[in-house]
Design a protein around this ligand. Sequence first.
Ligand code: ZN
Length: 241
Amino acid sequence: MPILIISDIHANLAAFEAVLADAEGQWDTIWCLGDIIGYGPNPNECVDLLRQYDHISLSGNHDWAVLGKLDINSFNDEAQTAVRWTQSVLREDVRTYMETLPTTLLKEPFTLVHASPRQPVWEYILDAYTAAVNFSYFDTTYCLVGHTHVPGAFQQENNHILVHQPDYRQPRTLSETRCIINPGSVGQPRDSDPRAAYALLDPETLTWEYRRVDYPIVQTQEQMNKIGMPEKLITRLAHGW
Ligand code: ZN
């Protein structure tokens, strides 16, 4: 049975529920690449829902910020507001769980990090150059990353990097050469496609499938409005940036 690969839920329960409904019965465990919270209106609910399933999860930069493990002055104003609000509502048991999450996991032949193998919590792999440098920082054939909120893959082929755009609902066998692969973001996509992103991975056949699914964006936006989240964070969900 495949693994449900998710990242950057960012406390968007409606998006997370839509992903789970779309993939229902098609996986038996979850690999979550971090940033479960931050930005969205449902941090406790999203952690509770994730914990109902067999899963492993990493900690991301927003998770660290909420836990006080990094200086939130490195965040923009809107993100800082979201972090402070999240800190104010996070239940103690949820915080305790989040404190246990690692920044790197090894699941041969996959290395899992939130951001990049070189800087597991911080670095954005958005271009072939940054990807090329990062291939020296992990030993497995594949590395799964989130953080950019942009799905796609970088493949190391001889001396160059091939950049792959996602082709949705087309299961494909992973290349035999090394790859850094990003499933995209469940709760705050940034590739101009507002639908929730995720992937399915069959670890036996090494088959990877990118997916997108619609979710009730307005529902999340209304909740964010009610708690007084910055307008920019509310608007961006409808546009996928
Ligand atoms: Zn994120």
